[in-house]
Design a protein. Structure first.
Lengths: 110, 311
């Protein structure tokens, strides 16, 4: 093949946009802290590939205040005591290079 | 005739015309074309070509090319043109999804090739690959793995199809012993257009973009001016950032030299290999890397045009 044509093809390839797939639904294989989430039969994501939304994990604390309620108002701190379990479906958002995924929350469909 | 062209095992030296084959460092695999004359009388009807017929080219007993006819062009009464590609064609056309979790680069390559039943000989590449490839072309995955190895080790690797085996080797392992005393059309170009004497390595972490390593050659900056390159690397490779910066500087901080020559043909000359030349008129002296090789056999004479780059 003419090398000039190969050079031209290379220039086209450099401009090729990597397709961005958008969000995915993954399945939890092993729960945090040694997480494993699968998105495909060939791909299993581990902690190196994941960023979690904090409220999904156990031990997550928020302070709150209840007002305008029918019981006496009170305020305090709430702490989650459970987290993702095996078999849960989660919403994943990939980064553009496909190596890092953000775990948003559990996925529910009707 | 020392070269033998076989169609499905049958020698077609006496009817094939204009045999040409070429390779290029950026495309995996070799390409081969030949013409078969159009035959009105029916004497050549014993040679019936169709796509996927197997073509092999031998020099004496060495297999130079093994592949299939990919397409055949018919044009009135003119000879039929047959275009052939070797087995790397399958790697260039197929996409797979695969994940490597800290696997050695050579093991990763072997795993990918096993899926296509392609025999392989892979030299040891002591680099761990941790990456996800989703629906990517196989040859791109192989090139990416070798690029990761090159960035971390500073050593270049090449791959080429030899017959039915894919071989991955250290790039300075194979020298071509060609007859370099008869040289025609030597051309040479020297330039510092793409020279870079300062390298910045930036993390591609979406949370923060900061410079993680730099490398500079102050003497070169003083002479040529500041020419800076910026390279993003995966957050995981931060520990190797300094190495990557220095390897990149070593690669880019020089005057580029490339050229081309026509020589008497030697079947060993393929893109990806090295050749030593001593051509005083244009100054092509030393070791050169073959980036493109085009061979032709016409009237029994084998010639080759090589495009070269300085190592």
């Amino acid at each position: 093949m003419d090398k000039e044509i190969v050079e031209l093809a290379k220039l086209f390839k450099v401009r090729d946009n990597k397709s961005y797939d958008g969000f995915l639904i993954g399945k939890v294989i092993a729960p945090p802290p040694s997480t494993a989430i699968s998105i495909d039969e060939n791909i299993i994501l581990d902690n190196d590939n994941l960023i979690f939304s904090a409220q999904l994990l156990s031990g997550y604390e928020r302070s709150f205040e209840v007002y305008d309620a029918t019981i006496n108002s009170f305020s305090g701190k709430i702490k989650t005591t459970d987290t993702l379990k095996s078999g849960d479906l989660v919403i994943l958002v990939p980064s553009t290079n496909g190596q890092l995924y953000i775990v948003i929350d559990k996925a529910v469909t009707f | 005739m020392e070269y033998r062209l076989l169609l499905n095992g049958k020698n077609i030296n006496n009817i094939a015309l204009n045999l040409e084959w070429s390779s290029n460092k950026d495309t995996l695999g070799q390409q081969l074309t030949f013409d078969l004359p159009y035959d009105d009388t029916g004497t050549l009807s014993s040679v019936d070509v169709k796509p996927n017929d197997k073509i092999s080219l031998y020099y004496k007993s060495k297999l130079i090319f093994f592949g299939s006819i990919i397409d055949i062009e018919y044009d009135g009464r003119r000879p039929r043109k047959c275009n052939c590609l070797d087995l790397a064609f399958y790697l260039n056309k197929s996409k797979i999804t695969v994940q490597f979790n800290n696997k050695n680069a050579d093991e990763a390559i072997k795993e990918v090739l096993k899926r296509f039943n392609i025999k392989n000989t892979v030299t040891s590449i002591p680099v761990k690959i941790k990456k996800i490839y989703k629906s990517e072309v196989v040859s791109d995955i192989l090139k990416d793995i070798l690029e990761i190895a090159e960035k971390q080790l500073g050593k270049k690797y090449r791959f080429e199809m030899r017959g039915d085996t894919l071989v991955v080797f250290n790039w300075n392992d194979i020298y071509v012993k060609a007859n370099v005393r008869w040289i025609e059309n030597p051309k040479r170009k020297v330039s510092f257009e793409n020279m870079k004497n300062s390298v910045e390595v930036v993390s591609d972490n979406e949370k923060s973009t900061k410079i993680v390593a730099t490398a500079r050659d102050d003497a070169s900056i003083k002479e040529y001016g500041l020419l800076q390159e910026s390279q993003t690397i995966d957050e995981k490779e931060l520990s190797k950032a300094k190495n990557i910066a220095q390897n990149l500087l070593k690669e880019l901080n020089r005057i580029q030299e490339n050229g081309s020559v026509s020589l008497l043909g030697n079947y060993e000359a393929r893109a990806g290999r090295l050749i030593t030349l001593n051509e005083p008129i244009t100054g092509l002296k030393g070791d050169y890397f073959i980036t493109d090789a085009q061979h032709t056999i016409s009237n029994g004479i084998h010639l080759m045009n090589l495009s070269l780059e300085v190592v």
